[in-house]
Design a protein around this ligand. Structure first.
Ligand code: DAH
Length: 355
Protein backbone atom coordinates (compact mmCIF):
# COMPACT_ATOMS: atom_id res chain seq x y z
CA UNK A 1 0.00 0.00 0.00
CA UNK A 2 1.33 3.40 -0.95
CA UNK A 3 2.20 5.98 1.68
CA UNK A 4 -0.61 8.21 0.56
CA UNK A 5 -3.25 5.53 0.96
CA UNK A 6 -1.89 4.66 4.38
CA UNK A 7 -2.08 8.30 5.50
CA UNK A 8 -5.60 8.58 4.14
CA UNK A 9 -6.92 5.45 5.87
CA UNK A 10 -5.21 6.24 9.16
CA UNK A 11 -6.58 9.79 9.36
CA UNK A 12 -10.06 9.01 8.08
CA UNK A 13 -10.40 6.46 10.84
CA UNK A 14 -9.03 8.96 13.41
CA UNK A 15 -11.66 11.45 12.30
CA UNK A 16 -14.37 8.88 13.07
CA UNK A 17 -13.61 9.13 16.79
CA UNK A 18 -15.25 11.59 19.12
CA UNK A 19 -12.99 14.65 19.01
CA UNK A 20 -12.76 18.17 20.35
CA UNK A 21 -12.13 21.18 18.10
CA UNK A 22 -8.53 21.41 19.30
CA UNK A 23 -7.97 17.72 18.53
CA UNK A 24 -9.25 18.27 14.99
CA UNK A 25 -6.97 21.27 14.66
CA UNK A 26 -4.07 19.08 15.72
CA UNK A 27 -4.95 16.60 12.97
CA UNK A 28 -5.01 19.49 10.50
CA UNK A 29 -1.49 20.50 11.54
CA UNK A 30 -0.27 16.89 11.38
CA UNK A 31 -1.47 16.67 7.78
CA UNK A 32 -1.16 20.11 6.28
CA UNK A 33 1.24 21.96 8.56
CA UNK A 34 4.72 22.93 7.36
CA UNK A 35 6.08 19.52 8.32
CA UNK A 36 2.71 17.77 7.90
CA UNK A 37 2.46 14.37 6.26
CA UNK A 38 0.58 15.55 3.18
CA UNK A 39 2.82 18.59 2.82
CA UNK A 40 5.84 16.26 2.85
CA UNK A 41 4.27 14.08 0.14
CA UNK A 42 3.89 17.14 -2.06
CA UNK A 43 7.60 17.84 -1.72
CA UNK A 44 8.29 14.32 -3.09
CA UNK A 45 6.53 14.97 -6.43
CA UNK A 46 9.71 16.11 -8.16
CA UNK A 47 11.51 12.92 -7.14
CA UNK A 48 8.93 10.57 -8.64
CA UNK A 49 9.97 9.15 -12.02
CA UNK A 50 8.45 10.91 -14.96
CA UNK A 51 6.06 8.08 -15.98
CA UNK A 52 4.36 7.96 -12.61
CA UNK A 53 4.65 11.60 -11.64
CA UNK A 54 1.29 12.76 -13.00
CA UNK A 55 -0.61 9.84 -11.50
CA UNK A 56 1.08 10.42 -8.16
CA UNK A 57 0.22 14.11 -8.15
CA UNK A 58 -3.43 13.50 -9.10
CA UNK A 59 -3.79 10.87 -6.40
CA UNK A 60 -2.16 13.13 -3.83
CA UNK A 61 -4.49 16.02 -4.67
CA UNK A 62 -7.53 13.78 -4.40
CA UNK A 63 -6.47 12.54 -0.97
CA UNK A 64 -5.72 16.05 0.16
CA UNK A 65 -9.19 17.24 -0.89
CA UNK A 66 -10.94 14.29 0.70
CA UNK A 67 -9.15 14.76 4.01
CA UNK A 68 -9.80 18.50 3.98
CA UNK A 69 -13.50 17.97 3.33
CA UNK A 70 -13.71 15.43 6.13
CA UNK A 71 -11.98 17.80 8.55
CA UNK A 72 -14.36 20.66 7.64
CA UNK A 73 -17.44 18.55 8.11
CA UNK A 74 -16.05 17.22 11.42
CA UNK A 75 -15.61 20.79 12.69
CA UNK A 76 -19.17 21.57 11.58
CA UNK A 77 -20.46 18.52 13.39
CA UNK A 78 -18.70 19.47 16.64
CA UNK A 79 -19.93 23.07 16.50
CA UNK A 80 -23.52 22.01 15.84
CA UNK A 81 -23.38 19.59 18.74
CA UNK A 82 -22.13 22.39 21.00
CA UNK A 83 -24.95 24.71 19.95
CA UNK A 84 -27.56 22.01 20.47
CA UNK A 85 -26.23 21.27 23.91
CA UNK A 86 -26.34 24.97 24.83
CA UNK A 87 -29.89 25.32 23.54
CA UNK A 88 -31.04 22.43 25.69
CA UNK A 89 -29.20 23.74 28.77
CA UNK A 90 -30.42 27.33 28.42
CA UNK A 91 -34.02 26.54 27.66
CA UNK A 92 -36.41 29.19 29.00
CA UNK A 93 -39.60 28.11 30.66
CA UNK A 94 -42.07 30.46 28.98
CA UNK A 95 -44.88 29.23 31.17
CA UNK A 96 -43.43 31.20 34.14
CA UNK A 97 -45.56 34.25 35.07
CA UNK A 98 -43.91 37.59 34.05
CA UNK A 99 -42.59 40.08 36.62
CA UNK A 100 -44.84 43.12 37.25
CA UNK A 101 -43.95 46.01 34.90
CA UNK A 102 -43.00 49.18 36.77
CA UNK A 103 -43.35 52.36 34.75
CA UNK A 104 -40.98 55.27 35.48
CA UNK A 105 -42.16 58.84 35.89
CA UNK A 106 -40.94 62.14 34.44
CA UNK A 107 -39.62 64.52 37.13
CA UNK A 108 -41.70 67.74 37.52
CA UNK A 109 -38.63 69.83 36.62
CA UNK A 110 -38.14 67.91 33.35
CA UNK A 111 -41.86 68.20 32.65
CA UNK A 112 -41.70 71.97 33.28
CA UNK A 113 -38.71 72.36 30.94
CA UNK A 114 -40.61 70.46 28.23
CA UNK A 115 -43.65 72.66 28.74
CA UNK A 116 -41.56 75.87 28.59
CA UNK A 117 -39.78 74.69 25.42
CA UNK A 118 -43.09 73.84 23.81
CA UNK A 119 -44.60 77.26 24.64
CA UNK A 120 -41.65 79.24 23.32
CA UNK A 121 -41.21 77.09 20.22
CA UNK A 122 -44.74 78.06 19.29
CA UNK A 123 -43.64 81.70 18.84
CA UNK A 124 -40.40 80.97 17.01
CA UNK A 125 -37.78 80.39 19.71
CA UNK A 126 -35.34 77.54 19.27
CA UNK A 127 -33.55 75.73 22.09
CA UNK A 128 -29.81 76.20 22.80
CA UNK A 129 -27.63 74.49 25.37
CA UNK A 130 -24.42 75.38 27.20
CA UNK A 131 -22.15 73.48 29.59
CA UNK A 132 -22.53 73.49 33.39
CA UNK A 133 -18.79 74.13 33.75
CA UNK A 134 -18.24 77.62 32.37
CA UNK A 135 -15.37 80.01 32.14
CA UNK A 136 -15.26 83.29 34.01
CA UNK A 137 -15.42 85.29 30.75
CA UNK A 138 -18.76 83.89 29.51
CA UNK A 139 -20.34 83.84 32.95
CA UNK A 140 -19.33 87.37 34.04
CA UNK A 141 -16.98 89.51 31.93
CA UNK A 142 -18.74 89.21 28.57
CA UNK A 143 -22.01 89.88 30.37
CA UNK A 144 -20.71 93.28 31.46
CA UNK A 145 -20.31 92.19 35.09
CA UNK A 146 -17.46 94.22 36.62
CA UNK A 147 -14.63 92.64 38.59
CA UNK A 148 -15.92 93.97 41.90
CA UNK A 149 -19.53 92.85 41.37
CA UNK A 150 -20.94 90.95 44.38
CA UNK A 151 -22.16 88.10 42.12
CA UNK A 152 -18.50 87.16 41.61
CA UNK A 153 -18.05 86.67 45.32
CA UNK A 154 -16.60 83.36 46.54
CA UNK A 155 -19.59 83.05 48.87
CA UNK A 156 -21.97 82.83 45.91
CA UNK A 157 -19.98 81.21 43.14
CA UNK A 158 -18.49 77.71 43.04
CA UNK A 159 -15.05 78.30 41.55
CA UNK A 160 -13.23 75.23 40.27
CA UNK A 161 -9.66 76.56 40.37
CA UNK A 162 -7.56 79.00 42.39
CA UNK A 163 -7.34 81.49 39.53
CA UNK A 164 -11.13 81.68 39.33
CA UNK A 165 -11.08 80.87 35.62
CA UNK A 166 -13.41 77.90 35.71
CA UNK A 167 -16.66 77.81 37.64
CA UNK A 168 -20.09 76.18 37.79
CA UNK A 169 -22.29 78.61 35.88
CA UNK A 170 -24.28 80.82 38.26
CA UNK A 171 -27.00 81.48 35.67
CA UNK A 172 -27.96 80.44 32.13
CA UNK A 173 -27.00 83.89 30.75
CA UNK A 174 -23.57 82.67 29.44
CA UNK A 175 -25.51 80.71 26.81
CA UNK A 176 -26.45 84.14 25.36
CA UNK A 177 -22.74 84.78 24.81
CA UNK A 178 -22.02 81.31 23.39
CA UNK A 179 -24.94 81.60 20.97
CA UNK A 180 -24.04 85.09 19.75
CA UNK A 181 -20.36 84.19 19.30
CA UNK A 182 -21.26 81.11 17.29
CA UNK A 183 -23.70 82.64 14.77
CA UNK A 184 -24.85 85.85 13.16
CA UNK A 185 -27.96 87.83 14.22
CA UNK A 186 -30.96 87.64 14.34
CA UNK A 187 -31.22 85.39 17.41
CA UNK A 188 -34.35 84.02 18.97
CA UNK A 189 -33.48 81.34 21.48
CA UNK A 190 -34.23 79.92 24.89
CA UNK A 191 -31.65 77.99 26.94
CA UNK A 192 -32.94 75.86 29.80
CA UNK A 193 -30.52 74.12 32.15
CA UNK A 194 -28.86 73.60 35.52
CA UNK A 195 -27.29 76.50 37.42
CA UNK A 196 -25.31 76.61 40.68
CA UNK A 197 -24.91 78.93 43.63
CA UNK A 198 -23.58 78.47 47.12
CA UNK A 199 -26.94 78.64 48.86
CA UNK A 200 -29.15 76.13 50.67
CA UNK A 201 -32.42 76.47 52.62
CA UNK A 202 -36.14 75.79 52.11
CA UNK A 203 -36.31 78.03 49.04
CA UNK A 204 -32.71 77.77 47.77
CA UNK A 205 -30.77 74.79 46.54
CA UNK A 206 -27.07 74.84 45.48
CA UNK A 207 -28.18 73.40 42.13
CA UNK A 208 -31.29 74.84 40.56
CA UNK A 209 -32.73 75.43 37.08
CA UNK A 210 -33.20 78.47 34.90
CA UNK A 211 -34.32 79.19 31.39
CA UNK A 212 -32.68 82.01 29.51
CA UNK A 213 -34.39 83.87 26.68
CA UNK A 214 -32.75 86.04 24.03
CA UNK A 215 -34.32 87.85 21.08
CA UNK A 216 -31.99 90.03 19.00
CA UNK A 217 -33.19 91.59 15.76
CA UNK A 218 -33.48 94.90 13.97
CA UNK A 219 -36.56 96.46 15.59
CA UNK A 220 -37.00 94.85 18.97
CA UNK A 221 -38.26 96.95 21.87
CA UNK A 222 -39.53 96.61 25.42
CA UNK A 223 -43.09 96.17 24.12
CA UNK A 224 -42.07 92.90 22.44
CA UNK A 225 -40.56 91.73 25.71
CA UNK A 226 -43.76 92.47 27.64
CA UNK A 227 -45.92 90.78 25.02
CA UNK A 228 -43.72 87.70 24.94
CA UNK A 229 -43.61 87.25 28.72
CA UNK A 230 -47.33 87.89 29.10
CA UNK A 231 -48.06 85.20 26.49
CA UNK A 232 -45.66 82.81 28.20
CA UNK A 233 -47.12 83.22 31.71
CA UNK A 234 -50.70 82.76 30.50
CA UNK A 235 -49.81 79.65 28.51
CA UNK A 236 -47.71 78.20 31.30
CA UNK A 237 -50.34 78.57 34.02
CA UNK A 238 -53.06 77.68 31.52
CA UNK A 239 -55.21 80.74 32.40
CA UNK A 240 -56.87 83.41 30.20
CA UNK A 241 -55.92 86.42 32.27
CA UNK A 242 -52.97 87.15 34.50
CA UNK A 243 -51.94 90.13 36.62
CA UNK A 244 -48.32 90.99 35.88
CA UNK A 245 -46.12 93.90 36.82
CA UNK A 246 -42.73 95.04 35.58
CA UNK A 247 -40.65 96.49 38.42
CA UNK A 248 -37.50 98.53 37.64
CA UNK A 249 -34.40 96.61 38.67
CA UNK A 250 -30.72 96.28 37.88
CA UNK A 251 -28.68 93.66 36.06
CA UNK A 252 -25.26 94.40 34.57
CA UNK A 253 -26.21 92.78 31.26
CA UNK A 254 -29.46 94.67 30.59
CA UNK A 255 -30.41 98.33 30.35
CA UNK A 256 -33.12 99.09 31.27
CA UNK A 257 -33.71 96.09 33.53
CA UNK A 258 -36.87 94.85 35.18
CA UNK A 259 -38.14 92.14 37.45
CA UNK A 260 -41.52 90.63 36.77
CA UNK A 261 -44.05 89.79 39.47
CA UNK A 262 -47.31 87.92 39.03
CA UNK A 263 -50.41 88.41 41.15
CA UNK A 264 -51.65 85.65 43.43
CA UNK A 265 -53.82 84.94 46.43
CA UNK A 266 -54.13 82.13 48.90
CA UNK A 267 -57.53 80.41 49.15
CA UNK A 268 -58.01 77.41 51.46
CA UNK A 269 -54.24 77.10 51.88
CA UNK A 270 -53.80 76.86 48.08
CA UNK A 271 -52.01 79.39 45.89
CA UNK A 272 -54.21 80.80 43.12
CA UNK A 273 -52.16 82.38 40.35
CA UNK A 274 -53.37 85.45 38.50
CA UNK A 275 -55.79 86.77 41.12
CA UNK A 276 -55.56 88.63 44.42
CA UNK A 277 -53.49 91.45 45.82
CA UNK A 278 -50.18 89.70 46.50
CA UNK A 279 -47.12 89.74 44.21
CA UNK A 280 -44.59 87.03 43.55
CA UNK A 281 -41.32 87.61 41.72
CA UNK A 282 -40.67 85.09 38.98
CA UNK A 283 -38.08 86.44 36.56
CA UNK A 284 -35.51 89.07 35.58
CA UNK A 285 -35.35 90.71 32.17
CA UNK A 286 -34.45 93.78 30.17
CA UNK A 287 -33.02 95.16 26.94
CA UNK A 288 -29.59 93.63 26.26
CA UNK A 289 -26.85 96.09 27.30
CA UNK A 290 -24.89 97.52 24.33
CA UNK A 291 -21.64 96.46 26.02
CA UNK A 292 -22.77 92.83 25.84
CA UNK A 293 -23.52 93.15 22.12
CA UNK A 294 -20.13 94.83 21.54
CA UNK A 295 -18.39 91.97 23.35
CA UNK A 296 -19.81 89.54 20.80
CA UNK A 297 -19.13 91.86 17.84
CA UNK A 298 -22.71 92.75 17.05
CA UNK A 299 -23.36 96.17 15.50
CA UNK A 300 -25.46 98.00 18.10
CA UNK A 301 -26.66 100.56 15.57
CA UNK A 302 -28.46 97.86 13.59
CA UNK A 303 -29.34 95.28 16.20
CA UNK A 304 -30.83 95.33 19.66
CA UNK A 305 -33.08 93.06 21.67
CA UNK A 306 -34.32 91.72 24.93
CA UNK A 307 -33.29 88.94 27.30
CA UNK A 308 -34.86 87.25 30.28
CA UNK A 309 -34.00 84.66 32.92
CA UNK A 310 -36.68 82.59 34.60
CA UNK A 311 -36.32 80.37 37.67
CA UNK A 312 -37.77 77.03 36.58
CA UNK A 313 -38.01 75.32 39.97
CA UNK A 314 -40.18 78.04 41.43
CA UNK A 315 -42.54 77.91 38.45
CA UNK A 316 -42.81 74.14 38.83
CA UNK A 317 -43.53 74.50 42.56
CA UNK A 318 -46.26 77.06 41.90
CA UNK A 319 -47.92 75.14 39.13
CA UNK A 320 -47.84 71.74 40.78
CA UNK A 321 -48.37 72.72 44.42
CA UNK A 322 -44.98 71.57 45.71
CA UNK A 323 -43.96 73.53 48.78
CA UNK A 324 -40.41 72.49 49.59
CA UNK A 325 -37.77 73.05 46.90
CA UNK A 326 -35.50 70.44 48.46
CA UNK A 327 -38.00 67.65 47.77
CA UNK A 328 -37.12 68.02 44.06
CA UNK A 329 -33.65 66.67 44.73
CA UNK A 330 -34.29 64.05 47.44
CA UNK A 331 -34.65 61.19 44.93
CA UNK A 332 -37.55 59.77 46.89
CA UNK A 333 -39.32 57.27 44.66
CA UNK A 334 -42.67 57.70 46.45
CA UNK A 335 -42.49 61.47 45.92
CA UNK A 336 -41.67 61.05 42.24
CA UNK A 337 -44.47 58.57 41.83
CA UNK A 338 -46.89 61.12 43.26
CA UNK A 339 -45.66 64.30 41.53
CA UNK A 340 -44.12 62.77 38.38
CA UNK A 341 -45.65 62.59 34.89
CA UNK A 342 -46.43 59.84 32.43
CA UNK A 343 -43.41 59.48 30.09
CA UNK A 344 -45.67 59.00 27.08
CA UNK A 345 -47.63 62.21 27.73
CA UNK A 346 -45.27 64.67 26.07
CA UNK A 347 -46.50 68.25 26.59
CA UNK A 348 -47.71 70.03 23.45
CA UNK A 349 -49.61 73.26 23.02
CA UNK A 350 -52.37 71.51 21.12
CA UNK A 351 -53.18 68.59 23.40
CA UNK A 352 -52.66 70.55 26.59
CA UNK A 353 -49.46 70.99 28.52
CA UNK A 354 -50.19 69.11 31.72
CA UNK A 355 -53.06 66.73 32.21
N1 DAH B 1 -29.12 85.97 35.07
C1 DAH B 1 -30.03 86.61 36.01
C2 DAH B 1 -29.98 85.85 37.34
O1 DAH B 1 -29.57 84.74 37.39
C3 DAH B 1 -31.43 86.57 35.48
C4 DAH B 1 -31.58 87.46 34.30
C5 DAH B 1 -31.97 88.76 34.45
C6 DAH B 1 -31.36 86.99 33.04
C7 DAH B 1 -32.10 89.62 33.40
C8 DAH B 1 -31.50 87.82 31.94
C9 DAH B 1 -31.88 89.14 32.14
O2 DAH B 1 -31.29 87.41 30.69
O3 DAH B 1 -32.04 89.93 31.07
O4 DAH B 1 -30.40 86.37 38.31
Amino acid sequence: MSDIKKIKDEFLSKLKNQLTISEVNQIKTDLFGKKGLISSEFKKISQVDENNRKKFAVQLNEVKEELQERIDSKINEIQNAEINEKLIKEKIDITLPSRPYIKGKIHPVSQTIDEISSIFSEIGFSVEEGPDVENEYNNFTALNTPDNHPARDMHDTFYLDRNKHKLLRTHTSPVQIRTMLKDKPPFKIIAPGRTYRSDSDQTHSPMFHQVEGLNIDKDINMGHLKGCLNYFIKEFFEVDKIRMRFRPSHFPFTEPSAEVDIGYEIKNEKIIIGEGEKWLEILGCGMVHPNVLKNVKIDTKTYQGYAFGIGIDRLAMLKYGINDLRSFFDCDYRWLNHFGFDPLDVPTNYRGLSR
